[in-house]
Ligand binder design. Structure first.
Ligand SMILES: [Zn+2]
Length: 139
């Protein structure tokens, strides 16, 4: 799988990551699928519902996932996945991320170093949840 962001969607995601620093941001990706390519056309900011350790972790309630599903349907788009940021950490999923991820969805991570969003990598959980496959981003 490849993930391609239209420039406005990528900018909105990076702006969100910068705004939440030093906490993690998270949001939903809406768009289309063409063959093995996911095209992200819009992002929705979601609230990080964790009340502690918000620098390191994020939590999305089922209600927020449902809301994102509904919003996608209204727009005639698909819910493709969820992004989040890693303040001052590389764009690699943590053990916590793996435990909370669902198959099918794309999970882009943006590394935010000293307040500036830098590396963007995307991950997809293997069907047996043993690990991730990395997805190509914007290429
Ligand atoms: Zn993470």
């Amino acid at each position: 799988m490849r993930v391609v962001f239209i420039p406005e969607a990528e900018r909105a995601m990076r702006d969100h990551a910068r705004a939440e620093y030093p906490h993690e941001c998270c949001g939903a990706l809406l768009g289309r699928e063409e063959g093995n390519t996911r095209i992200v056309e819009q992002v929705i900011r979601l609230a990080n519902e964790r009340t502690e350790e918000r620098e390191r972790r994020f939590y999305l309630s089922p209600q927020q996932v449902l809301m994102a599903e509904r919003r996608a349907r209204e727009l005639g788009l698909l819910l493709l996945g969820f992004y989040h940021s890693h303040p001052d950490h590389p764009a690699i999923p943590s053990e916590y991320d793996r435990e909370h991820a669902l198959p099918y969805y794309s999970y882009p991570i943006i590394s935010v170093m000293q307040g500036e969003p830098v590396e963007l990598r995307s991950w997809r959980l293997k069907e047996d949840r043993s690990g991730y496959d990395e997805e190509a981003v914007n290429r």
